[in-house]
Design a protein around this ligand. Structure first.
Ligand SMILES: [Zn+2]
Length: 378
């Protein structure tokens, strides 16, 4: 009898345990849906029959792959990041094939890693976003990296008659990447900053040129030139253990900073920082009006749809929301005056958006601030 009671108690305990367990379990599922992963596509330049440049006898394809594998190994440790490689070994992948891998994965970022070459002892790191080159040097880097399509059988068809050696081919190349330009520049800036500050590399800056591998991706995309193999010191650094651990660390850190900035810190910051009272709206009527141009301050970009009211944006009024590609972008202010937008930018920075930046629109088309400033003043 006693034994029977004991069993009954045990059974009851078990039932309670499982009921609770199920309850907790199902609640967890209901309130905490799996978070969408941040997808990064890592593209080691060249591979297989394409060695890349052979400055000082080094192999660009091997160095690029080592750097990419190290970045991937770090990022893969994070539960909310998914890493996809265009190649993990010494194989040939076409430029179009690389972009296709990234598009299929609906990646959040595409990062192509390369090493530079020059007939001089030029040195330094540079990160490219797709765009029209501003000078011959930038065009030459793109021309060299695009040469690889000659190794592809149907390159004329695949790339619509694009000729890597003809400057005319580079005009009109940039269209598809345009909507991601500011995000690409943001990442490129972070990468260059880390190369310069953390690794003390020579900074050649963020640049634009017509890289075919960036042309067909539908996400923020950059091409990193980690340094010149042709430079004696830089070549040996990139081929060394310290180079191949330093470069990946700097790039990984930039990816994480980028991810943080687009994950919108607005919501996190709400409880900690009550909205700042913003009475300092510009008073004076400025004179530098650019006809047909609207400047805005980009506060954030995120997959999340948030009401653009002051409560959600640290007290900032006049915040607008715009769906661009996969992201919602949040802008502060709208003015044709450059000096006014600079003041608004300062207000945004002081209100808790230190990474905000100015963007420019001509009608609905986003253009670079530089191009906007080249248009005629009223
Ligand atoms: Zn390359």
């Amino acid at each position: 009898m006693n034994r029977y009671l004991h069993m009954k108690t045990k059974l009851l305990a078990l039932i309670i345990f499982f009921t609770c367990f199920n309850f907790v379990h199902s609640t967890t599922i209901l309130t905490d849906p799996p978070r969408e992963k941040f997808v990064v596509v890592l593209d080691a330049g060249h591979g297989g029959q394409d060695p890349g440049n052979r400055g000082n006898g080094y192999y660009e394809k091997d160095i690029a792959l080592n750097i990419v594998l190290s970045i991937g190994a770090e990022l893969e440790k994070l539960p909310d990041v998914k890493v996809i490689y265009t190649r993990k070994s010494d194989v040939f992948v076409t430029l179009a094939g690389r972009a296709e891998i990234a598009n299929k994965a609906e990646a959040d970022l595409f990062i192509s890693v390369h090493c530079n070459a020059h007939k001089s002892q030029a040195q330094g790191t540079e990160t490219f976003v797709l765009g029209l080159h501003r000078n011959q040097d930038n065009l030459e880097v793109a021309m060299r990296e695009n040469q690889v399509i000659f190794l592809e059988e149907d390159y004329e068809v695949t790339y619509d008659g694009f000729n890597p050696n003809s400057p005319e081919s580079y005009i009109g190349l940039t269209l598809m990447q345009e909507e991601f330009l500011d995000q690409s520049v943001l990442l490129a800036d972070l990468i260059q900053k880390n190369f310069t500050h953390d690794l003390k590399r020579v900074n050649r800056g963020v640049k634009q040129a017509g890289f075919l591998v960036l042309r067909q991706t539908y996400m923020p995309s950059v091409l990193v030139e980690t340094g010149f193999l042709t430079n004696t010191g830089e070549g040996s650094y990139l081929n060394s253990r310290s180079g191949q651990s330093g470069m990946p660390q700097a790039i990984t850190k930039a990816v994480l900073d980028y991810k943080k900035s687009i994950n919108l810190e607005i919501l996190e910051g709400l409880d900690r920082n009550p909205p700042v009272a913003l009475t300092a709206e510009p008073q004076e009527q400025p004179l530098d009006i650019y006809d047909g141009i609207t400047f805005r301050v980009q506060l954030a970009a995120t997959g999340k749809k948030i009401e653009p009211n002051p409560k959600n944006f640290r007290g900032l009024r006049e915040v607008s929301r715009n769906k661009e590609g996969k992201l919602f972008k949040y802008y502060y202010g709208a003015t044709s005056s450059y000096s006014q937008i600079k003041e608004l930018h300062e207000i945004a920075r002081r209100s808790g958006y230190p990474d905000s930046y100015i963007v420019a629109f001509r009608g609905n088309e986003k253009i670079s601030v530089n191009d906007a400033l080249k248009t005629k003043m009223k």
